[in-house]
Write a protein that binds this ligand. Structure first.
Ligand SMILES: *[C@@H]1O[C@H](CO)[C@@H](O)[C@H](O)[C@H]1NC(C)=O
Ligand SMILES: *[C@@H]1O[C@H](CO)[C@@H](O)[C@H](O)[C@H]1NC(C)=O
Length: 147
């Protein structure tokens, strides 16, 4: 076929621009699929605050890690600047993770940051723990602290 080869570099430049401006693509799954993945060995990364994690109910799985994406401070909620660093110290970039928060917003940003940080198998759970509860998926109150 007579496709002009000299157009190719321009296409690649355009593609590169589009991909970089979007960042890595976040895959979002619903709570049922998240539950299936957790049952088959995915780690559940709860990015709510430590207070939310410890005081209230949470997803019932033994493979759960709490690393807050936002922190409560006297000045209000601020982003946890060490989020990626803490994830990298507790998880391997190859680990299969499902990321959840309370309503699904923090986890979306957290998942995006993790992908940008080189994590390869990360999925965002839509609707957060609130949605998990509304679908009556397994919860527990064991206040397991951070590993
Ligand atoms: C959490 O899951 C474990 C293992 O499946 C089960 O034994 C336990 O009863 C569950 N806890 C609650 C509160 O449902
Ligand atoms: C967890 O604790 C809360 C508040 O005490 C309670 O409303 C809820 O029913 C408890 N859930 C479970 C699974 O024990």
């Amino acid at each position: 076929m007579a496709i002009s080869l000299n157009l190719l570099p321009r296409c690649l430049v355009l593609l590169h621009f589009v991909l970089c401006s979007l960042g890595a693509k976040v895959v979002t799954i619903d709570v049922r699929e998240a539950n299936n993945l957790i049952q088959t060995g995915h780690i559940y990364l709860d990015v709510r605050t430590v207070q939310e994690f410890v005081k209230g109910p949470r997803v019932n799985t033994s493979k759960i890690i709490n690393i807050p994406y936002m922190l409560d401070t006297p000045k209000g909620k601020v982003k946890n600047l060490y989020f990626l660093k803490e994830c990298s110290s507790l998880c391997n970039i190859e680990d299969h993770l499902v990321v959840g928060c309370q309503f699904g917003l923090r986890s979306l940003h957290a998942t995006s940051d993790l992908l940008d940080g080189g994590f390869k198998n990360v999925k965002n759970m839509d609707g957060g723990f609130a949605e998990w509860v509304s679908k009556m998926l397994p919860i527990t109150n064991n206040s397991q602290v951070r590993p």
